[in-house]
Ligand binder design. Sequence first.
Ligand code: SAH
Length: 232
Amino acid sequence: MMYNNLSALNINLSENKIELFNKFIKEFCAYSEKINLISKNEINILFQKHIYDSLSVNLFLKNNVPLKLLDIGTGGGFPSLPIAILYDNIKVTAVDSTQKKINVVSEIAKKLDLKNIQAICERAENLPNNCKNSFDIAVSRAMAELRIMLEYAIPYVKTGGYFIAYKSIKAEEELSNAENAIKILGVKLFDKIEYSLPMENSPKRVLLVFKKVKDTPEIYPRKNGMISKKPL
Ligand code: SAH
């Protein structure tokens, strides 16, 4: 049973959660056929490559404490949907700039009767001001280079909170390019959590966990494409 692989992440799913994940896979595949969320080949490895990877955050969170979590550039709901399914106590806000992707996240959440996730169509740099300094944790996966992700994410994290970047082989290079962003945005690298995906060749992944140790200057995140045009 594929869910047994989750024991490497210290996750042991209840019957009820297994049923929810099965339903999630079924619904996600149905939508993916319609709007091409991920490629046909990827559908076969949806669990190993996307769900398992999303849930690796359990190596950091470890328990189901109440938290407010922001997922930036969620796409078809990774990691936000698997996180919302696994942790009833985490209130998830999933943001993406593409309406059709956000619609899928909302519809899947509704079909699974998940009460702890809201999906918002907006560019991350344009979220309302009251979102600033308001999340315990922000996460982002496959969204941009690390220094860019940091500028999108850190302004929304509470001082004392964390940002988790899901990364793979280029993590070290991206970390050295992010030195300036790390300094300006007031974060510290708190942990590097390595793991591998339960599939052929065991691809290596890493969670880069940052702790926000200072308030972020008001001007971040910069607007009008500056974040990617002139990365920190
Ligand atoms: N996190 C998902 C999707 C990755 S694709 C996964 O791991 O599968 C990157 C996503 O980021 C796309 O859906 C794109 O629409 C979104 N995105 C890119 N720039 C963004 C921005 N500035 N604000 C919000 N979403 C953005």
